[in-house]
Design a protein around this ligand. Structure first.
Ligand code: DX5
Ligand code: ZN
Length: 223
């Protein structure tokens, strides 16, 4: 069964806690926080303060906060995000010349370590660190904005990554996908081997309630 990680990037920030609570009330177990610096990606989003404010809301529901760092030199901010309450920190291979060290730092600071890669980045770039991660995030859009179109060719990448992990006896490492996931694309990523799907505009939108949107995603996934 695929796990949905709502991305708050598309939430209404005037009532962020309420929107997150609505998702948690539906049984969501992870909330995805997209951190953007205006350098690595063209957009600017949010920082550790948002993680800190959401932490008690999320923890009370027995769920966790994951941070997707789309920022240059992410190692400068690891401690801040983890101290604020991030339980999983995912960094981009494109921003980490010393990726192994950065992943090690995340774990030493007490969080789980995730690695991610842009659609144009080949899997070989993360191959050497697969033993050192708790999750691999496959970007299925170019990072920076919510509401973009799913890049279909990423399905092959998800399949190849699952095979690569299994060949190394890394069945414990889940594949998460991020970008353009909605009721029309969810089943395909599940079939390709994704275990966790980040969904932003498909959960927080004006078309339906958070509950109605999550229910529709559950049906689309086959559950
Ligand atoms: C994109 C972010 C995503 C984004 C997904 O750069 O990493 O997490 O919120 O949004 P949707 O689901 O709308 O594509
Ligand atoms: Zn994300």
């Amino acid at each position: 069964m695929i796990e949905i990680a709502p991305s708050i990037l598309s939430a209404d920030f005037a009532c962020l806690g309420q929107q997150v609570s609505e998702a948690l009330a539906c049984g969501v177990k992870r909330i995805h926080v997209d951190v953007m610096d205006g350098h690595f990606v063209p957009n600017i989003s949010m920082g550790p303060h948002v993680v800190k404010c959401l932490k008690p809301v999320v923890a009370t529901a027995g769920a966790m906060l994951e941070t997707h760092l789309m920022i240059e030199q992410p190692e400068r901010y690891l401690a801040e995000f983890i101290n604020a309450g991030a339980e999983l920190v995912t960094v981009h291979v494109e921003t980490c010349p010393h990726l192994h060290r950065t992943l090690q730092q995340i774990r030493e600071l007490g969080a789980k370590a995730g690695v991610t890669l842009n659609p144009a980045t080949p899997l070989v770039d993360i191959e050497a660190v697969l033993e050192n991660v708790d999750l691999v995030l496959v970007m299925t859009v170019n990072p920076g904005f919510g509401g973009q179109k799913f890049i279909t060719s990423m399905l092959d990448k998800i399949r190849a990554l699952r095979a690569m992990l299994d060949a190394r006896a890394l069945q414990r490492v889940p594949i998460e996908v991020d970008g353009g996931i909605h009721t029309g694309t969810l089943a395909a990523v599940v079939q390709a081997g994704a275990a966790i799907a980040v969904v932003g505009s498909g959960v927080f939108n004006s078309r339906g309630s958070v509950k109605a949107n999550l229910d529709a995603l559950g049906k689309a996934a086959g559950g």
